[in-house]
Ligand binder design. Structure first.
Ligand code: WQD
Length: 337
């Protein structure tokens, strides 16, 4: 199939573009490069032995978006493009609603005009809010607790309404847990701009000497070692989940939701131990206060994805850290190394 991938030069996008190319699909990426580097796609082409087409398009530019669909014979869309920093979304809610929700509305209306109604949407476990009811299952009520999470929840609601109104739509909503790691080649990986919000890229930058130490946000949680527990999933496993979902919705109409997680939780201290083993030296850290809004424990029940898609995550936390470290060590400054 010919797949249009929005946000395809980003971290999860580039790994998914690679998996699509290796599976024999043709790919066209649209990205505004606001938060990613086109170098990722050049390297994806190197690894895959063939390249995706690239169009620098902002989803808020309806004319450019329409031209992109007119010039490409698209069979389906995987929609990653969006802003995703929780803290920034609290400071700039309008920016987030305009970009994430407004951009998605432009995309959906453009798809409809061009008779393209197969969509895989990059949602997030953040739509479950600070639910302590673990493992998290798809039928749980959604209760996002920050503007970023609410944009994902609202887009899920929009897509549910679109699917209910017109059965020609085939839609997958994929709720990611905590994507980490990198392709085994070490050539593509996570390259956050500015100070990383998430644990793994911060730990990796400390391990490679770009930052002094990791601040552990709270060690008084009701967990075995007192630190927060999350469901870390290897980005390569996550990419495979997109291909499985794409295959499914290609032949099943309606709106479908799946958690993409391992079903296992790991604490911050367990991540630090695994990353230190990967790097071959201790990653310095100290305990600090809890981060507001953080749940103590969050991990997926991934059984629906296994039952419906035949998909499950295979890579271990150690493999995630080994692969993340290889990328960081070989690209200390990310794509601008
Ligand atoms: C993981 C654990 C922190 C940084 C976020 C978003 C969510 C999704 C995934 C997009 C927690 C602890 C972190 C640090 C720390 N993103 N931590 N020191 O918060 O589970 O989820 O990323 O969809 O929307 O909310 O991930 O990596 O920020 O935190 O101790 O410097 O690491 O307290 O327990 P989180 P995270």
């Amino acid at each position: 199939m010919r797949i249009l991938v929005t946000g395809g030069s980003g971290y999860i996008g580039s790994h998914t573009v690679l998996a699509l190319l290796e599976a024999g699909h043709d790919v066209v990426v649209i990205d505004n490069l606001a938060n990613s580097n086109q170098e990722s796609l050049r390297r994806v082409g190197e690894i895959a032995g063939r390249s995706a087409e690239f169009l620098q398009v902002d989803l808020l530019d309806e004319t450019a978006l329409d031209n992109a669909f007119s010039s490409q014979n698209v069979d389906a869309v995987i929609h990653f493009a969006g802003l995703k920093a929780v803290g920034e979304s609290v400071e700039k809610p309008l920016y987030y609603y305009h970009n994430n929700v407004g951009g998605t509305l432009n995309l959906l209306r453009c798809m409809e005009r061009h008779d393209v109604r197969t969509l895989v949407f990059s949602s997030s476990a953040t739509v479950y809010g600070a639910s302590e009811e673990v493992p998290l299952v798809e039928k749980l009520p959604l209760d996002a607790v920050n503007p970023y999470g609410r944009t994902k929840e609202q887009i899920e609601d929009i897509l549910s309404d679109v699917g209910a109104a017109d059965e020609r739509w085939n839609i997958a909503l994929l709720r990611y847990f905590n994507p980490v790691g990198a392709h085994e080649s070490g050539r593509i990986g996570e390259d956050p701009t500015g100070t990383p919000n998430n644990l793994l890229p911060f730990v990796a930058q400390v391990a490679v000497g770009r930052r002094e130490k990791v601040m552990v946000f709270g060690n008084d949680y009701p967990t075995p070692d007192g630190t927060g527990i999350r469901d870390y999933i290897h980005v390569v496993d996550l990419a495979a989940g997109h291909l499985a979902a794409l295959d499914y919705v290609h032949s099943h109409s309606g709106v479908h939701r799946w958690n993409l997680g391992t079903g296992k939780g790991s604490s911050v201290l367990e991540v630090l131990a695994a990353f230190s083993a990967a790097a071959g030296h201790e990653v310095p850290y100290e305990f600090g206060p809890r981060r507001p809004g953080d749940a103590a424990v969050s991990y997926a029940d991934p059984s629906a994805a296994l039952a419906d898609l035949g998909w499950s995550a295979h890579k271990t936390l150690q493999q995630m850290c080994d692969d993340h470290w290889r990328w960081q060590k070989e690209n200390p400054l990310g794509y601008s190394s």
